[in-house]
Write a protein that binds this ligand. Structure first.
Ligand code: ZN
Length: 75
């Protein structure tokens, strides 16, 4: 279980109560809405408008994958 603490959190802050809504990149890409766990605000995910954000998230995901590949070689 070592190395688990390094895991990066993915998510966004609720525009209404500013609670950090933790989610996964996969969830962002596949679901149509997120619900704030604090105030129950429904955040619709507009894929067209959010495309630059999704591209950025995808790059983060790729970078993390590359890191995992590299750590395999080092280990
Ligand atoms: Zn909220």
């Amino acid at each position: 279980m070592a190395g688990h603490a390094q895991q990066r959190r993915t998510g966004l802050n609720c525009p209404q109560c500013n609670t950090f809504i933790e989610t996964t990149i996969l969830q962002l890409l596949t679901s149509s809405a997120l619900i704030c766990p604090s105030c129950r605000l429904r955040l619709n995910i507009d894929r067209m408008k959010s495309k630059p954000a999704f591209d950025a998230l995808r790059k983060v995901q790729m970078a993390q994958k590359n890191l995992e590949e590299k750590s395999k070689f080092n280990g």
